[in-house]
Design a protein around this ligand. Structure first.
Ligand code: ARG
Length: 440
């Protein structure tokens, strides 16, 4: 047993966390590695057995892997679908959602192993460090959270490679990726490299799970998404569990070139960063879900929900998944979703995805009330009385304004007259003066 006890390291098998594995041992810890499978849609999928092997070779006293693909979909993504979760109205939070899922297991492993700390390989400039710190601490406040990358001296890639070589860490130079990538079944995040200049167009090679819209098939495709109580359950009538549905939809939608996001994002630590995302399934699901909500929910519920969605997304982005406010918002959203059951048709064509139809048994859309044709059940004669009362406060306010303006007009006229009088007196050409002259 090392002097400082055990630390659980969120391990990916990459260069950064491999250096970290050694570094923590040098620092006096026994390292337990832990890697989580969340469903990587691109070819960059890692071989979990090989990662565990590598961890052990580098001195890990134990190597855990957890397959949390279904749990991630059902406990985390599902809540994001309820909330139509999009940070700054654009980014469906793929990394932000995965961290609380990973933290849940890091803490479990730490508790099972009697570890004193959890370590991550995040830099000091990003959001992920905040999420690891806050979310692990929210689950177990007694654990210490270590982020050695923030302070270690291996700040350049070459110094890292040098350290790796000196410590027997295998370095695969061909694996060097020009970007920082994070991915799971909810999508793929791409940052750094040439993207750091926001004017640079993302190179074709940056994208992995969406085809270039120009290369997408000339033939359009319709997809019908079925929802039950706010969650997607089928594609074109074929029922699937949530994880499989998202994975399948990523392929279908991505192959038609839809799902790319290019954004300038406000990080929690205060800086703006340029990030590209590909989230074909996520964007399509949220689009369809919003349409179905419009059909199934009363307007006032929708309007309030819309405001709270923004709060929820910020809360999740900021590493506050495990927080009372986020829980309360989840409870609100859950109560709105019971009747969100139905189908939405999406039309995919060369980079676009549009809603072309929706239907639901408990739809609040009433044909009789809406139609301008035969069968109209709407009482149009009631509209006049409705407007009289609905507009009453505004009408009274307008009347007062007109009165005020009139009164102000009278005052202004009197003031102008008074000014004229004063001026006349000053120049001696006023009425009084004239009179005086005349009397001479
Ligand atoms: N900016 C996004 C977020 O904070 C994505 C982060 C992706 N992480 C990465 N290591 N590339 O949620």
């Amino acid at each position: 047993m090392s002097e400082k006890g055990k630390v659980v390291l969120a391990y990916s098998g990459g260069l950064d966390t491999s250096c970290l594995l050694k570094y923590l041992q040098d620092d006096g810890y026994d390292v337990v590695s832990c890697i989580a499978a969340l469903g990587q849609p691109s070819e960059e999928r890692c071989d979990i057995d090989a990662v565990n092997e590598k961890a052990k070779k580098l001195g890990a006293v134990a190597a855990y892997d957890v397959d949390i693909r279904d749990e991630f979909a059902e406990d985390f993504i599902a809540k994001a679908i309820f909330a139509n979760g999009m940070y700054e109205n654009k980014y469906p939070l793929l990394s932000a959602l995965s961290r609380p899922a990973i933290c849940r297991h890091l803490v479990k492993v730490a508790q099972a192993e009697g570890a004193v700390a959890i370590a991550h390989g995040c830099t000091g400039k990003g959001n992920d460090q905040v999420r690891f710190e806050l979310e692990c601490k929210a689950l177990d406040p007694t654990l210490e959270i270590l982020g050695p990358v923030r302070s270690w001296e291996l700040t350049t890639r070459s110094s890292e490679i040098e350290y790796a070589q000196s410590r027997g860490i295998p370095v695969d130079a061909t694996k060097e990726n020009p970007y920082s990538i994070d991915e799971n079944v909810w999508g793929r995040a791409i940052e750094c490299g040439v993207l750091e200049d926001p004017w640079n167009e993302a190179p074709k090679g940056a994208w992995a799970i969406t085809v270039d819209p120009e290369d997408a098939p000339d033939e359009a495709r319709d997809v019908v998404l079925g929802f039950e109580a706010g969650l997607p359950v089928s594609i074109d009538g074929q029922r699937m569990k949530l994880y499989d549905l998202i994975a399948a939809l990523n392929k279908i939608v991505g192959s038609h070139g839809f799902g790319r996001i290019d954004m300038i994002e406000d990080r929690l630590v205060g800086l703006k960063s340029r990030e590209c995302y590909e989230q074909p399934g996520a964007l399509a699901i949220i689009m369809a879900h919003k349409q179905l909500e419009c059909l199934c929910l009363p307007g006032d519920v929708l309007h309030t929900k819309l405001q709270l969605e923004h709060d929820w997304s910020r809360q999740v982005y900021n590493g506050l998944w495990y927080s009372p406010l986020k829980d309360a918002l989840d409870a609100f959203f859950a109560s709105t979703q019971k009747t969100v059951t139905g189908e939405v048709r999406l039309h995919l064509y060369k980079g676009s995805c549009t809603v072309t139809g929706s239907r639901a048994n408990s739809s609040m859309y009433d044909f009789g009330l809406a139609t301008y044709d035969k069968g109209d059940t709407f009482d149009r004669t009631a509209a006049k009385g409705f407007m009289d009362l609905f507009g009453l406060p505004n009408r009274v306010w307008a009347e007062r304004r007109v009165e005020r303006e009139k009164a102000a007009g009278v005052v202004a006229a009197a003031q102008i007259a008074a000014m004229g009088q004063k001026q006349a007196e000053a120049t001696g050409s006023g009425e009084a003066g004239a009179e005086g002259t005349a009397s001479k």
